[in-house]
Design a protein around this ligand. Structure first.
Ligand code: 3BY
Ligand code: FES
Ligand code: FE
Length: 434
């Protein structure tokens, strides 16, 4: 390819001049957001927006952080870092899930230091104040007789489970619309019985980009055809296209999609599994999308040929060919429930330009590694896909950090990116309102 450069005497011009660094005014940037266009650079690069995102988005909404099989037994815990917050998720003695601030009630030390593990009680790493899994203070050494243990339990964080998924909300007044969402989504998830699976693999990938770039990338498949050779063995690259906009070259794939969808709808209806998609991606606090969709190839799973990656199907399904149940939650999670496994994804902000993407694969509790499934085959497609997405995110972070970056328009099949960003802007407006 030949690149034609303008003659040296002729300056390169754009519609808008290249900007230099200005102080960041989040309210002004939110107010002038242009729908249908990418956000301006400081949304992705500045400390101001990072802190605002933690306060207005991550500390105020229901956030998917883990699955029940990640903490199967009493005492099993994980810790989740969200900006200045650190939260312990622990299975209590009654089999319930507890979420607690990882902040000791003595002088404030982190209680648990590990990312995951198993404990009898929660013993603070500093002066050994000891708490039960439900947060009650059990022991504090050398206290006067007036000391009332009942006043110094670990602070609780709201936690809800939905079909084996664990959501937390750091706000003392969590959005009440989770109840309605849970009621409507539960029937789609129930047949897969995620809570009864086991974790077969988990990969933490740190992407070099803002959490919104990670999520915007996830909400479109404009890049899939060129960017994800392994995924598009089974994931139809027509995802997100309106019928009249499908390019001619994708028509053969679209014809296969229609046939596979018809088969899938029959298979679900026969088994009493809900099939109609629901899409409520903005205009509410707990915004989501659920859709059962056919897969290409054998139509069973995310493998190169589309055949199941685990021979032991979930919930004793009588067919592996159930496509994928796709579930999206604003702001930071997405899921694929298949006949043979469930894969969950959560994007957790680490810094303005760094995000942890945690991917967890679940198989039937009785599936035997090396016999029923090979972890390399199970995780192959999404490990590759995540790495490819991570590279897209890193390049975009580099681009939006340039003073020359000017937000460009979304294509028609990026409508879910626009919906995500519109949801985000609605939330910031609400937070910033006087
Ligand atoms: O995870 C999803 O929902 C898909 C995968 C690829 C792009 N995204 C729309
Ligand atoms: Fe936890 Fe002292 S800070 S026991
Ligand atoms: Fe992608």
């Amino acid at each position: 390819m030949t690149t034609v450069l303008p003659p040296a005497s002729q300056p390169v011009t754009t519609d808008h001049p290249v900007t230099t660094d200005q102080p960041v005014d989040p309210a002004a940037l939110v107010a002038r957001r242009r729908p249908g266009y990418a956000l301006e650079g400081p949304f992705y690069t500045s400390r101001e927006f990072f802190d605002l995102d933690i306060d207005a988005i991550f500390a105020k909404h229901w956030i998917f952080v883990a699955t029940e099989p990640e903490i199967p037994e009493p005492g099993d815990f994980i810790t989740v870092e969200l900006g200045r917050y650190s939260v312990i998720l622990i299975r209590d003695d009654d089999g319930g899930v507890q979420a607690l601030h990882n902040v000791c009630r003595h002088r404030g030390s982190r209680v648990l230091l590990d990312a995951k593990g198993s404990v009898g009680n929660l013993v603070c790493s500093y002066h050994q104040w000891t708490y039960a899994a439900d947060g009650r203070l059990l022991h504090a050494g050398d206290q006067p007789p007036t000391f009332d243990k009942g006043c110094f339990g670990l602070k609780k964080v709201a936690a809800r489970t939905l079909g084996g998924l664990i959501f937390i909300c750091l706000s003392p007044a969590p959005p009440p619309d989770f109840d309605d969402v849970a009621e409507r989504v539960a029937p789609y998830l129930a047949p897969h019985r995620l809570a009864e699976t086991k974790v077969a693999a988990q990969v933490d990938l740190v992407e070099e980009g803002n959490w919104k770039l990670v999520m915007e990338n996830n909400r479109e498949c404009y890049h899939c055809e060129a960017g994800h050779p392994e995924l598009t063995c089974t994931f139809f690259p027509t995802y997100g296209y309106a019928l009249e906009e499908i390019p001619p070259r994708l028509m053969p794939a679209h014809a296969r999609y229609l046939a596979a969808e018809a088969h899938l709808e029959r298979a679900c209806t026969e088994r009493g599994m809900p099939f109609a998609p629901i899409e409520e991606l903005q205009g509410r606090s707990t915004a989501f999308r659920v859709q059962r969709e056919a897969l290409d190839g054998a139509g069973e799973s995310y493998t190169r040929d589309g055949r199941a990656a685990s021979r032991k199907l979930l919930a004793d399904f009588d067919t592996p060919r159930l496509g994928r149940l796709s579930l999206h939650f604003q702001p930071n999670s997405w899921f694929h429930f298949l006949a043979d496994h469930v894969v969950t994804f959560t994007a957790l902000p680490l810094a303005p330009d760094r995000t942890l993407v945690r991917t967890t694969w679940h198989v039937h509790r009785d599936a035997v590694e090396g016999v029923d499934y090979d972890p390399d085959i199970l995780t192959d497609v999404w490990r590759m896909t995540n790495e490819q997405d991570g590279a897209f995110v890193g390049r975009t972070q580099a681009g939006v950090s340039s003073p020359a970056f000017e937000p460009g328009p979304y294509s028609t099949n990026e409508y879910q990116v626009d919906a995500l960003v519109s949801w985000y802007i609605e939330r910031l407006e609400e937070h910033l309102a006087p």
